[in-house]
Design a protein around this ligand. Sequence first.
Ligand SMILES: CC(=O)SCCNC(=O)CCNC(=O)[C@H](O)C(C)(C)COP(=O)(O)OP(=O)(O)OC[C@H]1O[C@@H](n2cnc3c(N)ncnc32)[C@H](O)[C@@H]1OP(=O)(O)O
Length: 434
Amino acid sequence: MLTRQLRIEEVPLARDAHTGAASGGYAAWLNTGREGFHQQPATADQVEQMFQAHEVDARVLTGVYDDSLPADWVDPLVPVATYASFAKTLNVGASLVPAHLVTMVTVRPTHRRRGILRELMTGDLARAKAAGYPVAALTASEATIYGRFGFGRVTEQQTLHLDVRGDVRFHAAASGSVLQVPPHVLGTVAGPVFEAFHASRRGSVGRQEAYLRHATARWGQEGPDPDPKLRAAVYLDPAGEIQGYVTYVFAGWDSKPLTLNVRDLVATTEVARREIFRFLSSVDLIERISHPFAAADDPLGWALEDPSRVSYTGREHCLWVRVLDVPAAFAAREYRGSGTFTLRVADPQGLVAGSYAFAIRDGRAKVTELDEDGPADFSCGAVALGPLLLGACGIGDLVSAGLLEPAERALPAEPAALSELLDLPGVPHAINGF
Ligand SMILES: CC(=O)SCCNC(=O)CCNC(=O)[C@H](O)C(C)(C)COP(=O)(O)OP(=O)(O)OC[C@H]1O[C@@H](n2cnc3c(N)ncnc32)[C@H](O)[C@@H]1OP(=O)(O)O
């Protein structure tokens, strides 16, 4: 429990009545959050930019305040911890579900390991469940923090490097065309292209306003300031429909090898993605293309006559999902064929503890919570539900990891039968963080 001096308050997205600028409370909250991630304090203009973006996202900001700190040394508006949430959707395979996204979690070093994160997270997840969200999600700074709150890792990302020295040859003939455009043109392009990608890719999570501002060069990588270095291009399919876009910057003449860094690449089809890489590989005076949001099963090597041109570094966890409503979340997932099974879930936060019956017919499931919490065909903890929901790995992987347990009476064939129903081709993939 928090000590008595600590106050948890919602920080309104309010403006100062006289100046019209973002309120001092907002600026103090923002800068505390930035400090938690070792960023310098925002200038007045940067505060305004962030405020506008947070308003578009309709973020709910929370601050924790320590009234015992000396007010003449520490501004009472400055919180000792920050926490934010906003609503987007998550593609869980058969459809998009509302997702409660958690971000900007920071606790000052003077107040860490006193249960502030635990208090904020448990209260917030309970409220998100009560509000009807089937899932919560976050991207984590460290992999070991959020499992205890029932978040399971569902997507990974890695940096793709494409060696573009010499003639990069693709198996397929070129299809469609690429148009170089000033980044501001993406103002009307980026949103619809991302929505088409989002609707088609399992694991994709909705994007916050910052992505549009980055794509249009209003914001740069270092902060919410214009980025004159950014370049952009759109891909049109043979029918002239826009099916993808890319933004990129030259890493500089000191980069070795000379590198183009992809900032954002959104393609609604694999062909669009391939053609965007064909375009990037045709940029002269460049030796390498680097793209930081490639999927764990990135297919680009298959498109090239010389697959050894592609290498990957920095594979890491990206999206973590916490199931808050098993019947609603799992009814929106894809399955294969028809069958039934029961699943017993243990949950330290008590949000989804219970037993559930899955009736799967022709790839869709009806999931009901059972009144009796008796023996089930399989059991797992809340932390396994995210990967199970998204098909992040095979059932066999979850069983051998000890995250999913067949009942003691289970026949050896039962996990295999569950695999037949639940294993999906490919891996989920998210192309944004938050
Ligand atoms: C979604 C996001 O925003 S991800 C970004 C998270 N924030 C950061 O990385 C910024 C720097 N770090 C911090 O601000 C803080 O250290 C936080 C937010 C990670 C933790 O806040 P605290 O208030 O210290 O955590 P709290 O005391 O509530 O700990 C809760 C549990 O998490 C554990 N925990 C806390 N931090 C970590 C960590 N970095 N790694 C592993 N476990 C951790 C604690 O041991 C505790 O475990 P238990 O209750 O099961 O025994």
